[in-house]
Design a protein around this ligand. Structure first.
Ligand SMILES: Cc1cc2nc3c(=O)[nH]c(=O)nc-3n(C[C@H](O)[C@H](O)[C@H](O)COP(=O)(O)O)c2cc1C
Length: 125
């Protein structure tokens, strides 16, 4: 859907972290069909990752705005886009010119990497 339309602007109010949909020229809704694929969320997630990388390769910016699995979020998107009941909305991806450029950083945590077997005490269930 194109941005700056009532539909795209509507997504800005979908939840507290979707405000970037208000000004993005394009907002892509990623929708899966559980009848076609049991792991629809994993399929769509892999597609979103590729989408984010492709957008970055075009020197544009994008962000994964989570919808699934929160019912209140999906209801709103469903209404705006007229998405049939049987389909699932994984996320929205607003695409546009980035408002800021962040310096690359890592979230790598050595302590979370295990070799051969997991170390440490088992987690409480
Ligand atoms: C499952 C998932 C859901 C996300 N949902 C949102 C969201 O609703 N709103 C948002 O601003 N960013 C969302 N993000 C983006 C993250 O907050 C973060 O900006 C992104 O993963 C980039 O990570 P970085 O901070 O390490 O660069 C989501 C990311 C993932 C993987």
């Amino acid at each position: 859907m194109e941005g700056n339309t009532p539909g795209a602007r509507g997504h800005a109010d979908t939840h507290s972290w979707s405000s970037m949909c208000a000004n993005a020229p394009v907002v892509i809704a990623v929708v899966g069909d559980p009848q076609s694929s049991v792991p629809w969320a994993e399929d769509c997630s892999a597609a979103v990752e590729n989408l984010l990388l492709a957008v970055t390769g075009l020197n544009l910016g994008a962000v994964w705005v989570g919808i699934y699995p929160r019912p209140e979020r999906k209801t709103r998107v469903r209404e705006i886009l007229n998405i049939p009941e049987g389909l699932r909305v994984l996320c929205l991806v607003p695409v546009g010119n980035p408002a800021e450029v962040k310096t690359p950083r890592t979230r790598y945590e050595e302590s979370k990497v295990h070799y051969e077997v997991m170390q440490g005490e088992p987690r409480a269930q």
